[in-house]
Design a binder for this molecule. Structure first.
Ligand SMILES: CC(C)(COP(=O)(O)OP(=O)(O)OC[C@H]1O[C@@H](n2cnc3c(N)ncnc32)[C@H](O)[C@@H]1OP(=O)(O)O)[C@@H](O)C(=O)NCCC(=O)NCCS
Ligand SMILES: [Zn+2]
Length: 201
């Protein structure tokens, strides 16, 4: 994963073209608030100014408006999108890469032993987390993977894989070149980190 900057809102801001779009874009508000909260915390740490109450108020307001909670310590990469931003919870120290799509009611969190080091997931670039997916613990969701709706993921997910179910299992792969689903009959050839469909191999 390339270096993750804190919650870039540029792409979402560009996507919402008019002022009206920006005003009513919940995903933009969600990410902007997260970024503002991060900046205020950094400023507070540097200047010791009493921003605590503003930070608390912003966290509260974000949750009231969007019904989502992104912990201030979580890092969200560039160009991420939240097509239906409601019920999303992203826990402390979670790292979300670039170009990640997160649908409604997705949870990225710890097993409940929040004080254990490395207890939060790392979601690599270009991952899609469909509605209601729950990803728990200090695991990696590999580059380009898709996690199906309603899945519970507690193990590492390899790059380009399609995983779903409870517990989530690898059910297929995306071609690393064209993105199409790789035929099951090509399964044995998927030893490399970059699966290819018949057409691309
Ligand atoms: C994960 C997903 C992308 C897989 O798609 P796919 O590889 O094309 O899978 P298919 O539709 O061919 O289904 C294959 C089998 O897996 C099952 N299946 C698919 N997704 C599943 C899921 N999330 N959980 C459990 N089983 C699932 C199907 O019922 C089917 O079972 P069958 O072979 O017994 O009939 C997709 O099913 C999914 O979860 N999409 C989520 C979409 C979403 O969140 N939409 C909300 C938008 S607002
Ligand atoms: Zn291909």
């Amino acid at each position: 994963m390339e270096t993750i900057r804190f919650s870039s809102v540029k792409s979402l801001s560009n996507k919402a073209k008019t002022l009206r779009d920006k005003l009513f874009s919940l995903e933009l508000q969600l990410l902007s608030c997260h970024r503002l909260i991060r900046n205020l915390i950094n400023l507070r740490n540097k200047t010791k100014l009493p921003f605590g109450i503003i930070v608390r108020a912003l966290v509260y307001l974000t949750q009231v408006i969007t019904s989502c909670h992104i912990h201030p310590s979580a890092r969200i990469g560039e160009n991420c999108s939240f097509p239906h931003p409601t019920g999303i919870v992203i826990g402390k120290n979670t790292i979300v890469g670039n170009n990640v799509r997160i649908f409604q009611n997705v949870t990225l969190g710890s097993h409940g032993y929040a004080n254990k080091p490395n207890e939060y997931p790392i979601v690599e670039d270009n991952v899609t987390l469909y509605a209601g997916a729950i990803v728990l613990g200090g695991i990696h969701v590999g580059f380009g993977a898709t996690i199906g709706a309603g899945s519970i993921v507690t193990r590492d997910i390899p790059p380009y894989s399609i995983a779903y179910g409870n517990p989530a299992r690898i059910r297929g792969y995306h071609c690393s070149n064209c993105g199409n689903k790789v035929d099951f009959s090509d399964y044995n050839e998927l030893i490399s980190e970059k699966p290819l469909c018949k057409e691309c191999s």
